[in-house]
Structures are given as C-alpha cells and as structure tokens.
Design a protein. Structure first.
Length: 467
C-alpha cells in the first residue's frame, strides 16, 4: 500500500519539482516548489501560534508525547518513502524514525527550571527562561527526519514555533512527517515548506525569525549566518566534518575492523561525523588496509528497498559527482584502490565501497570532506605525527582513538581538536549529550539540555527581600 500523500501546499501557480529515486536516477514523485514571498504569511502564522504555545508548558509536554506516539505508529508509511527518496537501506530508515520519536519523548520531559542567584545583595534574584519566537530550520538530505527532529523537538519543547525547510533532494518524507505531527500539535506550531533556492536564503534572512538552525556544508553555513545577521537572529550551525580515527600500535585489527568499517560507511559514508580518515601505525598499515578492503569487497550494495542490501546508493547526482572527483584525483595523485575506486555499472547513483592506500596527505580525499563511500588509510611513524595530522584541518567535529590500553587511548583522545572524541567506537551519540563542533565545523550546541537552552533566552527578575 502506498504511503498517504501530504496535502498539496500552496505554491506559485501550483509550481512543483521532481523528486528522484537515487537507486534508479529517475523521478518517482514531486513536491511543492514554494516561493520566497509565501514565507511572509507562513512566518506570521507561526508568530500567532507562538503566543498560545509558549504559555502552557503542560500542554506542550502532552502534545510532544502524543507526537512521538504518532511518529512511531506511522513508521510503516514513513520508512519506505524515506528510503525511496534518500537511498538508505530500509532498516536504517526505521532506525531513523525510531530516533525521531525518541527525541520527541526526551525533550517532552525536559523542564527549564528557574535558577536563583545568590550574590549577597538584599534582593531575591531569579533566572527564568523565555522562548525566542519563530525558529527557522534548514535540514540536509542525509538524515532528513532525524536531523529535523534534532531541531524541532528542542525548539518546540522550549515554547517556540518552527518553520522547517528540508533539502529539495528529500522533501517527501519530511512533508509526510509534518502531516503525522499535525495530528498531535496545534496548527502552525510546526510548518514544513519545500522548494528550491532562494527559498532557504529568504527563510534564513526573514525578519520574523528569531533563531536560525542549519545543518549542512561549511560554505552554505557561512551564507546562512550572513543572511541571519540581517535581523540579528540567533544562529546554530552544525557543519561539515572530516573525522580522523587514530589506531594505536596495540590495536587488535581484526577485533575492531567491523566497527571501524561501519563507522566510515554507514549511510554510504554520508554522515557528518563518520570516520573519513584512518591513521594507522606504519607496521600495521597493510594489515588495516587489507582488513577494511576485505569488508568493502564483500558488503552487499543495492537499492535500499531490497532486503539484502547493506549499503544503498549515494543520495543524489551532485554528491556522486563529488565522490567521483575526489576518488579520481586521489588515484591520479598516486593512491591505490585496495577496494572499489569506481562507480558501479547500471542505473542509479551507486559507487563501489572504496579503500584507498598510498594516498598523498595533501590529496583532497584527505583534506576535504568526501561525504561518500570512500576511506583513505594513511600510515604514521609516531603518535605525535598522527595527532598533528588529525588536527591539521579546519574541521573539528569528531575523532576517535582505537587501542587496547584504554588509559593511553584516552590520553591521545584528549589531544584531539574536536567536539566529541570516542575510544574504540565512533559516531555514537546519546540524546542526553551535547553535540558541537569547533573551528569550521559549527557554531552553537545541539543535543541534551544544551539543545533546549539554545532555544531559550534568560529572563532575570529582581525583587527586594521581605522586610
């Protein structure tokens, strides 16, 4: 049975754009191509809804719990549609939906309690918390629902309303999610708008928006920040990553190889905090390359709706072209493909899982974010050299250290210049922890209570002590 279609959104003369299936490269549906001038009415309605939404915390908690239940109940409709437009295996789509519901439940229970100030003065001072107003969220195509919920769950829990724009590559599951959530949330508390540029630029610069939260590339993040500056809106940017994994000389290669492989290749490598570079001791380098290449050669690549597929296609044609360029440049620079290194024959955006050895350290596949199923493995002579290489980019999202001596591994991890460091695993996040990058990888904090307070402002009340 096909998933229910969201209601047709208003657009200029009914304008619509095609949505492609990355497993075939062909259009299978379309979405409304809403125009920038339509945002004025949308933001105005979000502002009107904010007045009552912010005023009743108990009602917000009830609504967010009901929203989580609605998402869970709609999993069988959401998951196939998400896989169809994004490409990931169906099991991963179900996991993304479960994470979306879990995040709603988590934030439904958070309460920004007032905080007294004790400073010796004869006044009673208290910090209280106030919602910001309408929030704009711009979400990428790699985890459309999960990243949308990472923005709307804390924003709504804090008492804000939201206008959310998904990527034009993956608008359909997000629109359906909005329909599902509308059964639990009051009208205009969460509005989904879809369209091509300059819709996102107008949303980020809209004078009625008080907070802009964006996940995506560093260049686009800069543009979003510049647009939001026009109205002095608060900005949260979750930007690119080029996470390094450092293997120490006591690492058990066979024991960690599966975990390391999937830390790099889950969602076809299209994860901001995936492992994108591996640094291995020179004496273990060939062993690491061989272990990872063996897994790359045997993993099952196919359409996400195929039950046997472990890796789907690259999500869209522009990203596939980028992966091809990075890989071709590395091979031209003298790298060796221990596995893969090429696009797969046939329709769709499939690229062979690729392990690269003998990669020059200044090759773009090392210094930039390839964001695809390609992993360079580089040798090092000393731990200091590996740390310097890991830290030697403008990125600072995550990193990991792998070894048997956990104290030593933790000491190395402590020297990484990033927002999150893992030991013997990678890219695993709790809903309760902060998630933030440093350097060019981000501004602001998401996740846990920090994500809630990112959507609040302090309001201080002073009153005299009782006589």
């Amino acid at each position: 049975m096909p998933a229910p279609r969201p209601p047709r959104a208003p657009g200029s003369c009914g304008a619509r754009f095609a949505v492609l299936d990355p497993a075939t490269g062909e259009a299978f549906d379309e979405a409304p191509d809403q125009q920038p001038h339509e945002l004025d009415a949308v933001v105005d309605r979000a502002h009107q809804a904010w007045r009552s939404w912010r005023a009743d915390p108990a009602a917000r908690t009830t609504a967010l719990r009901a929203a989580a239940d609605a998402v869970t109940a709609a999993g069988a409709d959401l998951a196939p549609l998400l896989t169809r437009e994004q490409g990931k295996p169906l099991a991963e789509s179900y996991a993304e939906i479960a994470r979306t519901a879990a995040r709603l439940r988590y934030y439904a229970e958070l309460d920004p309690a007032p905080r007294p100030i004790t400073d010796g003065r004869p006044v009673r001072s208290e910090i209280r918390w106030r919602a910001l107003g309408p929030v704009a969220a711009i979400v990428p195509w790699n985890f459309p629902l999960q990243l949308a919920s990472a923005k709307f769950a804390p924003a709504l829990a804090a008492g804000n309303t939201m206008v959310l724009k998904p990527s034009p590559f993956t608008p359909l599951a997000t629109r359906l999610l909005g329909t599902v959530l509308s059964t639990a949330l009051p009208k205009d508390v969460l509005t989904i708008v879809t369209g091509r540029e300059p819709l996102g630029a107008r949303l980020a610069s809209h004078p009625g928006i008080r907070h802009v939260t964006f996940t995506g590339s560093i260049p686009t993040g800069r543009a979003v920040a510049e647009a939001a500056a026009a109205s002095l809106a608060r900005v949260t940017l979750e930007l690119g990553g080029n996470d390094a994994a450092i293997l120490l000389d006591d690492v058990d290669v066979e024991r960690i190889a599966d975990r390391l492989f999937w830390a790099a290749f889950r969602n076809c490598g299209q994860v901001c905090m995936a492992v994108k570079r591996v640094y291995a001791p020179a004496r273990l380098h060939s062993h690491v390359v061989e272990a990872l290449a063996q897994r790359a050669k045997t993993v099952v690549v196919g359409a996400g709706l195929d039950p046997g597929s472990q890796l789907g296609p690259v999500s869209n044609a522009p990203q596939l072209a980028r992966v091809e360029r990075c890989t071709a440049q590395a091979l031209a620079d003298g790298a060796r493909a221990a596995a893969g290194g090429h696009r797969l024959d046939g329709p769709g955006y499939f690229f062979a899982p690729t392990i690269l050895a003998d990669v020059p350290p200044d090759s773009p596949v090392v210094t930039e974010e390839q964001f695809g199923p390609v992993l360079p493995v580089l040798p090092y002579k000393s731990v200091d050299e590996a740390i310097e290489a890991a830290n030697g980019t403008g990125f600072g999202l995550g990193g990991s250290v792998w070894g048997t001596d956990l104290d030593r591994a933790e000491a190395v991890a402590d020297r990484l210049e990033c927002g999150t460091a893992w030991i013997n695993h990678h890219a695993e996040l709790s809903l309760a922890q902060p998630f933030a990058g440093i350097k060019e990888s981000g501004v602001g904090v998401a996740g846990g209570p920090w994500g809630l307070y990112q959507n609040l402002r302090p309001f201080v009340v002073h009153r005299p002590q009782e006589a």
